[in-house]
Design a protein around this ligand. Structure first.
Ligand code: UDP
Length: 329
């Protein structure tokens, strides 16, 4: 398949580009490098440097390439920022996706793989989380992703678009060879911050909330390896043949892991202490989020290779140890 990877220089997109190459597909990257990294792209991969909000650029790209499938990773993902600057999120995560879909339809490209999120569920009423739980996001980030899901349903019905929306739990880890990994600026995610705290290159870790109704009082999340996420995106290709197909999958390991579990795993893997302080709860954090991913297993034969937190952190540790400041500028 010739696959346009929007956001292919970002964290999850760049891992997917490598997995596509390994599986014998032909990725074509589209990125504007607002958050993406040139160094995350394999040598020789076809690149279009453009914005998804630029219909003329999209027109040129779809006219020049015979794209079979579009994968869309190009979103902003800072939950807190989405609350203070929702316009940015509706513009980039919703309106730019609309522009992309419009260009696809114009050029007859009708297969779409979308990065959605467990944040579309809001504060779920039951655990583990299945795909049929009510979706009630509690921040504009989750809302823009849900709005896109709903737009996709309407487009599937009206225009025969076939799509899969993957609702990610907590993407984590790095390529097993340590060549690419997670590098956000600013960084807000637990695992890189815990690793930097251990290495002494970052501040002591703040544990946000120790009074949650969970076994150790800290939040439970479902950390899923970025290469496992990528594999699901490729496994779904076969399911998108029939026009109007609509697919939704939760992607997680199903293992609830607490903030303290993550700290312990970083300490075990690194042999270093993670300096940490207890801090108040972070606004908008649900106490627990973990997946029932049995639908992806059943329908896509998707079983995460990385089932537990330690091996995931081993890959992250290898990446951060080799590049304590992320990608070279
Ligand atoms: N967390 C924390 N300290 C930090 C960053 C995150 O205690 O400096 C907690 C956060 O409250 C959540 C979990 O770690 O319970 C995972 O947060 P992250 O930002 O990595 O991902 P999210 O679950 O928000 O997508």
């Amino acid at each position: 398949m010739k696959v346009l990877v929007a956001g292919g220089a970002g964290y999850i997109g760049s891992h997917c580009v490598r997995q596509l190459l390994a599986a014998g597909h032909e990725p074509v990257v589209l990125d504007n490098f607002v958050y993406g990294h040139r160094a995350a792209l394999p040598t020789g991969v076809k690149l279009h440097e453009a914005s998804l909000s630029d219909p003329a650029a999209l027109d040129r790209i779809f006219a020049a390439e015979r794209i079979d499938v579009v994968m869309h990773f190009a979103a902003y993902a800072y939950v807190g920022e989405s609350v203070t600057d929702p316009l940015k999120y509706y513009q980039n995560n919703f309106a730019a996706t609309l522009t992309l879909l419009e260009a696809m339809l114009k050029h007859g490209v009708k297969k779409f793989v979308f990065s959605s999120t467990c944040a579309t569920y809001g504060v779920p009423e039951k655990m583990p989380m299945t795909e049929n739980l009510p979706q009630a996001p509690i921040n504009p980030y989750g809302q823009t992703k849900l709005d896109v899901e709903n737009m996709l349903k309407a487009f599937a019905h009206a225009y025969g678009l076939s799509f899969a929306a993957f609702r990610y739990f907590n993407a984590a880890g790095a390529a097993e060879d340590g060549a690419i990994g997670e590098d956000h600026n600013p960084e807000t995610h637990l695992i890189p911050l815990a690793i930097w705290a251990a290495m002494g290159t970052g501040n002591p870790l703040k544990v946000f909330g120790t009074d949650y109704p969970t076994p150790d009082g800290t939040c439970l999340r479902d950390y899923v390896h970025v290469d496992d996420l990528s594999r699901a995106h490729i496994a779904v290709f076969d399911k998108l043949a029939a026009p109007g197909t609509q697919l939704f999958y939760n992607l997680g390991t199903g293992n609830p892991t607490s903030v303290l579990d993550v700290i312990k795993a970083v300490e075990k893997v690194s042999g270093l202490k993670v300096p940490a302080t207890f801090a108040p709860r972070r606004a908008g954090d649900p106490p627990a989020l973990y997946a029932d991913a049995s639908k992806a297993k059943r329908e896509l034969n998707w079983t995460p290779k990385f089932q537990t937190i330690e091996p995931i952190i081993e890959t992250a540790w290898r990446w951060h140890k080799a590049r304590p400041k992320g990608y070279a500028k």
